[in-house]
Design a protein around this ligand. Structure first.
Ligand code: NAP
Length: 278
């Protein structure tokens, strides 16, 4: 089943994409990583998330290899380092990213986290890139409520198309205030580390729900992350069997009993929790 999330411009993207952190670190594994991404594209995991930071550009090169000849099938997301997020810096960083990915446009370009450059400068840099046709949309990552408020009050800031944050059953803090704020601004969430880098407990509630549905506990976690319809999950998998398992999580529908069991084991936040980062 293909689940989608609607972006503020009305465009739809798959609710399940693919991450790339730690891809491209070693030349010996690059071909396998590109093949895993290609298998994901075959299965409809066509949103690919990368960053200039990952393997110092190596992950973007793996993405470039994976999408050769099939750029049109993919919704490409990359991120600029905060120290490159000045008006001129984003232009230069974007150019380097485009070259590494062997493409002429990034679909969604994110500020990786908040740094020292004023948000107004970064937004102006993104707008210039949009005008030049180098990026289609822009967004942010790791911005908590106060930073989001500042962004939305910045000239042009309301055009933000996504906020990518740490979110999985063991990291529910943003449900308290960040998600409601983003929802009221119609800005979708991209959930990173949706299986907590494979460290989520396989037993307990996730294990019990998995057993009931005859699936894997990590598939339960992915279905849970995507349950609201406005959250995009971007698990990273270098192994084809993991890609296939993740893709199958789209078919899992959690019922009220499952959600209650997960709430009991991973209680929703009752007060503000500062946004965590990995
Ligand atoms: P993750 O997706 O939660 O976990 C990745 C790990 O889980 C890898 O070791 C992978 O193994 C393993 N895995 C994947 N599917 C599996 C499955 N079905 N069964 C068992 N193990 C499985 O963690 P992440 O890579 O930190 O987060 C995902 C993506 O979000 C990143 O790759 C990156 O694109 C993005 N991200 C963004 C930020 C940010 O600051 N914006 C921060 C962190 C991550 P194999 O690789 O061996 O298959």
């Amino acid at each position: 089943m293909t689940k989608t999330v609607t972006l503020p411009n009305g465009e739809t993207v798959p609710a399940l994409g693919q991450g790339t952190w730690y891809m491209g670190e070693r030349s010996t594994t690059r071909a396998t990583e590109a093949k895993a991404l290609q298998r994901g594209i075959d299965l409809g995991l066509t949103l690919i998330d990368t960053a200039e930071m990952y393997a110092d550009g190596g992950a973007e090169e793996v993405v470039g290899e994976a999408i050769t000849g099939r750029r049109d099938e993919v919704f490409l997301v990359s991120k600029v380092y905060p120290h490159n997020a000045s008006r001129a810096g984003v232009a230069a960083a974007c150019e380097r990213s485009l070259k590494r990915m062997k493409t002429d446009v990034i679909d969604l370009y994110l500020l990786h986290w908040r740094g020292n450059h004023p948000l107004s400068e970064t937004v102006a840099g993104f707008e210039a890139l949009q005008k030049a046709g180098k990026i289609r949309l822009w967004g942010v990552s790791n911005l908590d409520t106060d930073d989001m408020e500042e962004l939305l009050a910045t000239k042009g800031g309301a055009a933000c198309a996504a906020n990518q944050v740490l979110y999985n059953p063991s990291r529910r803090g943003p449900e308290f205030d960040l998600f409601p704020e983003l929802r009221s601004a119609h800005i979708p969430v991209m959930a990173y580390s949706p299986i907590e880098q494979a460290r989520l407990p396989r037993g307990g509630a996730l294990g019990a729900v998995a057993k009931k549905h005859g699936v894997d506990p990590f598939q339960v976690a992915l279905a849970w992350v995507m349950r609201s319809g406005d959250v995009i999950a971007i698990p990273k998998a270098s192994r084809i069997e993991h890609v296939e398992m993740n893709a199958a999580a789209r078919d899992l529908v959690l019922d009220a009993e499952d959600l209650a069991a997960i709430d009991k084991a991973f209680p929703p936040p009752r007060r503000k929790v500062g946004l965590e980062m990995l």
